[in-house]
Design a protein around this ligand. Structure first.
Ligand code: E4P
Length: 218
């Protein structure tokens, strides 16, 4: 499973990329606004840090505008993925950009049919927003399972499932059990992934016992 970071904070991306565990980045207009930085500058900076896919979202709402913005964004770096909303205009822009061999991430997906039609449009990634579905009393993980089943039925559908709007460790583990290709993690969730109380306790005990042997490996 690929791990993307869901943030536009360059310092955080730099810091966490040093782990060697980050495969890509997703941004959206809200995350860019939160960063307080210029969008294009942020993308240029991220591209100097991360080799993997970097999702950059268009803000036009018409097909032509989305295509033009997508072409502009894709010129920033070879690993930019143009993020398009799941609207009819977005799908048409997805077809056009896919025909130009530009990678796309179709975002704001909340249903299996939306995932199916985005795959039909040639999307490189589909981003189902599971946390936002949970927020309205539906199951985001059920949607991931459904999309996985649908895509598995058709060899021609090569769209990757990019689990988005992740809120918890359970979202990550269950998405991996289902077999989602990628998960985009808020930095806080990424930092929680390696922790377990028994790991810490166990290590403390090993180190205490080792100290009593008075040995050294090197
Ligand atoms: C990423 O591609 C999405 O834009 C993001 O995960 C949405 O997360 P949110 O629902 O927490 O805003």
């Amino acid at each position: 499973m690929d791990f993307f970071l869901d943030t536009a904070e360059v310092d955080v991306i730099k810091d966490l990329s040093e782990t060697g565990l980050i495969d890509g980045i997703t941004t959206n207009p809200s995350l860019v606004a939160k960063s307080g930085q210029d969008f294009i500058t942020v993308l240029e900076k991220i591209a100097t840090i991360v080799d993997g896919p970097i999702s950059a979202e268009v803000t036009a709402v018409d097909t032509e505008g989305m295509i033009n913005e997508g072409l502009r964004l894709s010129k920033i770096a070879k690993n930019i993925v143009v993020k398009l909303p799941l609207t009819l205009d977005g799908l048409k822009a997805c077809v056009a950009l896919t025909n130009k061999k530009i990678s796309t991430n179709v975002t704001l997906c909340f249903s299996s049919n939306q995932a199916l039609i985005a795959a039909k449009a040639g999307a490189t990634y589909i981003s189902p927003f599971i946390g936002r579905l949970d927020d309205i009393g539906e199951s985001g993980l059920d949607l991931i399972q459904d999309i996985k089943s649908i895509y598995s039925n058709y060899n021609k559908l090569n769209t990757k499932i990019l689990v988005a709007s992740v809120r918890s460790l359970d979202h990550v583990a269950k998405s991996a059990i289902i077999g989602a290709d990628t998960v985009t993690l808020p930095p806080k969730v990424f930092m929680e992934m390696y922790e377990h109380e028994l790991t810490k306790k166990g290590l403390d005990a090993f180190l205490k016992d080792w100290a009593e042997t008075k040995q050294s490996i090197l």
